[in-house]
Ligand binder design. Structure first.
Ligand SMILES: Cc1cc2nc3c(=O)[nH]c(=O)nc-3n(C[C@H](O)[C@H](O)[C@H](O)COP(=O)(O)OP(=O)(O)OC[C@H]3O[C@@H](n4cnc5c(N)ncnc54)[C@H](O)[C@@H]3O)c2cc1C
Length: 593
């Protein structure tokens, strides 16, 4: 096997591990790639049950009061530290164990409710929201999801209340975007009672302040010379744990403690393994699904702040004898921010509800949410920065801090390029397998294959001739719903054509993948917006509200999103890809000047 084949083998193996085994319900995003509109997952727009809503409202009131009185984001940025008083306050309110079950000291909130909490924190301070995410969304997530009752009983009560803090340690020098390339070694002891861990981790949020770290390390696969990743629960008091750099100085989210540490012959008891041995990659990716969901909530909060700040300035700052809000090019930015903030919130709520409702496989939706919200937030910050002009540049306003803070979002918890490619490839896997079934049967017909190929063919053909129905209840949304159904049909057609035209080489064609992923993300975002609008209109009607809900931002979002989808699909046949790749290759081949 040559090096390229070996690499491809490794990629296929990783992709297999990424995909959940066994039959399961078709999720919304995977449905899109098959030309289906799986309405049950997205309509009606999810609502938090009344009893939970009351508890959430009370929590939010207490949280907002605490944050407004005790959180100073500018000081956190200046001091590059989140004061212990803030951490303790968040712990008292329950934020640090929001979704942990009550029996282990948590608040037992749903993901949807938790996202509302994170949105409020994200509105005010990115350092604090990243700190909470690192502790709660990913730090203790493996324990919550994969821990045994004994492990949970032992560790969670202190972690859920913030007496102790958690961290999630995956990244290493050689394992950044290539998460499967973890080099940290975990060798079993001769008596099998523990593992001996060796290696280094870097860029780990909370590493220096955590009492419990979920650490990914490579363990031998029994009966073979292979190794696989396993998740371990490590504590910094274990002999051989060495903090190399507690707070790596950095550009944004300066309040978070991002660290680098080494494990040198650290003995970790086998009771500290989280999840099945050798399944650490699946543990890590599942954990990150949760992180990406609350990422969406934090970005939504920050986008709402951008909008508030933009409106405030546009209504007060005068130039040319007019307030800035009178200029269409300023209006354009404000309109876009309002539309995007609405969409980000809708998409976060729907994605969180998928987790709450027990959809088994939501990795495509969480990846879409992460890429979409982080890219949109970056645009929002750029726009509000521009509206503030020169004043945005100075440190007395929060904008330069927000700009510095937001830049990590497109890189952390999976770089957006990697996730974009992932969305396209995992999404296309379903229809790709069906085409393979048909192709293999044509090449080598057999009775057994015929029935599978027939089912695959029927499914592919069905999606090609049937425009999916998008079932909205509000008359005024029927036009948008029809357009969305038609765009899903066109999307499916484009996916089929890409698979038939490029076949296996599509695995490496990232520019084509990006167009497919972008179209899929906008289809998901528009669906969430449409579902929410439908719900809001119906709710107002049921309550006899004379004033219809404000539809301007949602209407704009749908129009712009549909335009982007058409443009992404048109780019599949009308593009400059060859010239682009030639220019890149030419630059890459030149020696540095
Ligand atoms: C402030 C901060 C906090 C962090 N906190 C944590 C934490 O708590 N726990 C943890 O485990 N990690 C953490 N990380 C690590 C973070 O997840 C990684 O930085 C991220 O996964 C990217 O890895 P990398 O930095 O090695 O970049 P690389 O993998 O070197 O990638 C660099 C760039 O190359 C491009 N790229 C890479 N691969 C591909 C590809 N296949 N296709 C196209 N383009 C590609 C992307 O543009 C990417 O941004 C943190 C990082 C930072 C900066």
């Amino acid at each position: 096997m040559n090096k390229l084949d070996a690499q491809r083998q490794k990629e296929i193996q990783q992709a297999e591990e990424l995909l959940f085994a066994g039959p399961q319900a078709l999720g919304f995003a995977k449905g899109l790639f098959q030309g289906h509109f799986v309405a049950d997952w997205v309509m009606p727009y999810p609502r938090i049950p009344a009893a939970q809503q009351t508890e959430l409202d009370e929590t939010l009131t207490g949280l907002c009061k605490f944050l407004d009185e005790d959180l100073d984001p500018a000081e956190i940025d200046r001091q590059a530290d989140i004061p212990r008083g803030v951490i303790d306050g968040l712990g008292r309110i329950g934020v640090l164990g929001m979704t942990a079950p009550k029996e282990y000291g948590g608040r037992g909130f749903s993901q949807m409710a938790n996202c509302k909490v994170l949105e409020e924190i994200g509105r005010r301070c990115a350092s604090t929201s990243v700190f909470v995410n690192a502790h709660h969304s990913i730090g203790i997530r493996a324990l919550l999801l994969f821990g045994t009752h004994e492990q949970k009983q032992k560790w969670l009560p202190k972690l859920s209340t913030g007496q102790q803090l958690g961290a999630f340690a995956l990244t290493e020098k050689e394992a950044g975007s290539d998460a499967a390339n973890v080099q940290m070694q975990a060798r079993p002891s001769e008596d099998g009672s523990h593992f001996i861990l060796n290696g280094e981790k870097r860029y780990i949020t909370n590493a220096a302040i955590a009492h419990e770290l979920t650490v990914m390390a490579r363990t031998p696969v029994p009966g073979s010379d292979k190794t696989a990743i396993t998740a371990f629960l490590v504590t910094p008091d274990m002999p051989g744990f060495e903090m190399l750099e507690a707070r790596m100085p950095k550009m944004g989210i300066r309040g978070t403690a991002t660290g680098r540490f080494a494990l040198r012959d650290v003995k970790v008891p086998k009771e500290n393994i989280l999840g099945p041995p050798g399944k650490g990659l699946k543990v890590a990716l599942t954990v990150l699904d949760f992180g990406r969901t609350t990422f969406g909530a934090c970005c939504t909060g920050a986008a709402k702040t951008c909008l508030d700040l933009a409106v405030q300035h546009a209504n007060t700052r005068k130039q040319f004898n007019k307030t800035l809000g009178n200029f269409d090019l300023v209006k354009k930015k404000i309109a876009r921010m309002a539309a995007d903030a609405y969409a980000m919130e809708s998409m976060t709520t729907v994605t969180a509800s998928l987790i709450d409702r027990g959809l088994e496989d939501y990795m495509l939706e969480t990846a879409m949410l992460k890429v979409f919200t982080t890219e949109r937030l970056w645009e929002c910050i750029n726009d509000v920065f521009q509206i503030y002009g020169g004043s945005a540049y100075f440190v007395d306003l929060p904008l330069e801090r927000m700009l510095r803070d937001a830049r990590i979002n497109q890189i952390g918890e999976g770089a957006n390029e990697v996730l974009t490619s992932f969305i396209a490839l995992v999404g296309m896997r379903g229809p790709g397998m069906e085409f393979k079934e048909i192709y293999d049967t044509m090449m080598k017909p057999s009775r057994d294959r015929m029935s599978k190929a027939w089912a695959a063919g029927k499914n592919r053909l069905g999606a090609t001739i049937r425009v999916p129905d998008v079932p909205v209840q509000s008359e005024q949304l029927r036009g948008h719903a029809r357009q969305l159904g038609r765009l899903i049909w066109r999307f499916n057609f484009a996916v089929n054509r890409v698979l038939i035209t490029y076949r296996e080489p599509i695995l490496d064609m990232q520019i084509v993948q990006e167009r497919i992923a972008n179209a899929a993300m906008d289809l998901f975002a528009s669906t969430c917006v449409l579902s929410r609008q439908d719900s809001e209109i119906q709710f107002a009607r049921r309550n006899g509200d004379a004033a219809a809900p404000d539809r301007a931002a949602a209407d704009l979002f749908l129009r712009q999103s549909f335009r982007r989808i058409r443009s992404s699909l048109a780019g599949l046949t009308d593009n400059d890809d060859k010239a682009l790749l030639a220019a890149a290759n030419s630059s890459l081949a030149k020696p540095p000047s």
